[in-house]
Design a binder for this molecule. Structure first.
Ligand SMILES: NC(=O)c1ccc[n+]([C@@H]2O[C@H](COP(=O)([O-])OP(=O)(O)OC[C@H]3O[C@@H](n4cnc5c(N)ncnc54)[C@H](OP(=O)(O)O)[C@@H]3O)[C@@H](O)[C@H]2O)c1
Length: 259
């Protein structure tokens, strides 16, 4: 895989940072994107210096994807894998949520992911190969009361990825939606679910495990990959349950998280 370039958004923490470590070990050249420059610089110094480019970008800003691609310059035509990993959640009653927080979440989770894909895919198609990896969630599969907008953004990511996979057939470019369940990372603190029972326990997977899974599924060009046997079973079983019942069950789980 040497001489291949990956761009990872949200590489300053959690799954994105661990994926950068995995792909650096595999010989990929890295373009790391996030807002916290000092964290990206520290990661670049730890990995293969000279093989890492750091770009500071706030993906919640209007036209962030276009700004980022303009900054990439010629590197935009060298991206062999784009990992749309940056994302955030918000645990709150919908009508009490700050409008700007909802807007930022929608921009990062959906708009930036969509526009970066739109801007990067044509050069991948002209070279006849490429990987688009979108970090979705098990939240993609059902409505999520108390995290209503977050779950809806992840449903968008899954639907978008599956549709794009069909459009891309025969081009050499694949799309993969990775669907992790709760994973140890900075996510819970940002979303406001870090005090939830079980979140500090050792049973939930860490970001390193999910990053390894992400890399394997990307190479296999899987369109949808749910992490963990338990969640694969749950996602399968809930297909046979009334959607209203599933929504109420998820709402109960989320209300426990907020207490
Ligand atoms: N952890 C979980 O339980 C879980 C479960 C399912 C799916 N996921 C998904 O996994 C992905 C990675 O999350 P994580 O768990 O690794 O969380 P994390 O540790 O909080 O990492 C999130 C990353 O996104 C970046 N980011 C957030 N807002 C940004 C913005 N406005 N502009 C640019 N970058 C931004 C952060 O960097 P800066 O703050 O430096 O900008 C950080 O590097 C997300 O899409 C999340 O929805 C997580």
């Amino acid at each position: 895989m040497s001489n291949r370039t990956v761009m990872i958004t949200g590489a300053s923490d959690g799954i994105g940072r661990e994926l950068a470590r995995v792909m650096a070990r595999e010989g990929w050249r890295l373009i790391l994107v996030a807002r916290r420059k000092e964290r990206l610089d520290a990661l670049a110094a730890e990995l293969a210096p000279g093989h890492v480019r750091v770009i500071v970008c706030d993906l919640s800003m209007e036209n962030a994807a276009q700004t980022l691609v303009a900054e990439l310059g010629d590197d935009a035509k060298r991206v062999d894998a784009l990992v749309n990993n940056a994302g955030l959640g918000l645990h709150d009653i919908f009508w009490e949520s700050e409008l700007h927080s909802l807007r930022s979440m929608m921009r990062v989770n959906m708009e930036a992911l969509t526009e970066l894909s739109r801007l990067i895919i044509p050069s991948m198609i002209s070279r006849g190969h490429g990987y688009i990896v979108n970090i979705a969630s098990v939240a993609s599969f059902q409505p999520g009361p108390l995290m209503a907008v977050y779950y809806a953004t992840k449903a968008y990511v899954l639907s978008f990825t599956e549709a794009l996979a069909v459009e891309l057939r025969g081009t050499g470019v694949s799309t993969t939606a990775i669907c992790p369940g709760p994973t140890k990372s900075g996510f819970q603190e940002v979303a406001g679910t870090d005090k939830a029972p079980g979140m500090s326990g050792t049973r939930i997977p860490d970001s390193r495990e999910v990053a390894g899974f992400t890399y394997r599924m990307m190479l296999r060009r899987r369109t949808v990959a749910v992490h963990g046997v338990l969640f694969r079973i749950l996602v399968f079983v809930e297909r046979f349950l009334p959607r209203g019942l599933v929504a109420r069950l998820v709402g109960r789980f989320q209300s426990v998280r907020s207490t």
